[in-house]
Design a protein around this ligand. Structure first.
Ligand code: PEP
Length: 251
């Protein structure tokens, strides 16, 4: 079964209102003829509403780069799922390696974000990935299994339609170093088997698993040709509409 592809752009801590709107409009223009795949933009929270407004009725999805599990309350610095939806967002990235490494987010905290976001109807992109050291120590599969099991703890099968997994090897993010298509496919197949074990085969067959880590126009085609790679989570290359457009238009 071929799943609908998803190309997601993570803008990280880039753009203010003017350039965010320009970038979103440029992506929307580039995507206007593309109907057979999904495109998602994850801008900073401060411009989420501007971006959502700029891509209204284009089919482009907008996401937060993180999400709190509560609707409202004393959670200084956090953004709730309701706030994301009210600003025009439909999804959130959770567990990005920058959140795990720089802000010390644990699997348990990430799991609360996953569950909370889902309970308010957001689509969740759960990021997992091993460090270079873990890979070199032969720990990649163990680390990934732990991140997925803990990240999805308590998530019901019925909610899995709204879960996307993003495999992002930490050593490939923002480094210019990409996993080879064989390395990525091996991990994606492993993650799909793990989801089948945690839920069932049909759910695993429907779950989209994205690859992230220095995705560029020059490597997207071979990555997307792999049977278990359903899309890409793109960082740096998503900040240039023309380059991102070439990634979206993969063959
Ligand atoms: C990311 O931020 O999720 C990412 C994959 O970044 P980059 O494409 O720049 O490696």
């Amino acid at each position: 079964m071929k799943r609908r592809s998803l190309i997601a752009g993570n803008w990280k801590m880039h753009t203010t209102a003017g350039d965010a709107r320009d970038l979103a409009l440029a992506v929307a223009t580039i995507c206007s003829d593309i109907k057979d795949r999904d495109v998602l933009l994850a801008p900073p929270f401060t411009v989420l509403a501007d971006v959502a407004d700029s891509v209204e009725n284009t089919g482009i999805l907008v996401a937060g780069q993180n999400v709190c599990w509560e609707e409202k309350g004393a959670f200084t610095g956090e953004i709730s799922p309701v706030m994301i939806k009210a600003a025009g967002g439909a999804a959130a990235i959770v567990g990005h390696s920058e959140r795990r490494q720089i802000f010390l987010e644990t699997d348990e905290l990430i799991n609360r974000r996953v569950s909370g976001g889902l309970s308010f109807g957001l689509t969740i992109i759960l990021c997992v990935g091993e460090t270079l050291e873990e890979r070199e120590d032969g720990e990649a599969f163990t680390v990934l299994e732990k991140q997925v099991r803990r990240g999805l703890a308590g998530v019901h099968a019925a909610d899995m339609a709204k879960v996307v997994i993003a495999y992002e090897p930490v050593w490939a993010i923002g480094t210019g170093r990409t996993a080879s298509k064989e390395q990525a496919q091996e991990i994606h197949a492993f993650l799909r088997r793990l989801i089948a074990e945690l839920y069932e085969k049909d759910i695993a067959a429907q779950t989209r698993i994205l690859y992230g880590g220095s995705v560029k126009p020059t490597n997207i085609d071979e990555l997307m040709a792999q049977p278990d790679i359903d899309g890409a989570l793109v960082g740096g290359a998503a900040l240039d509409a023309e380059i991102f457009g070439r990634i979206i238009a993969f063959k």
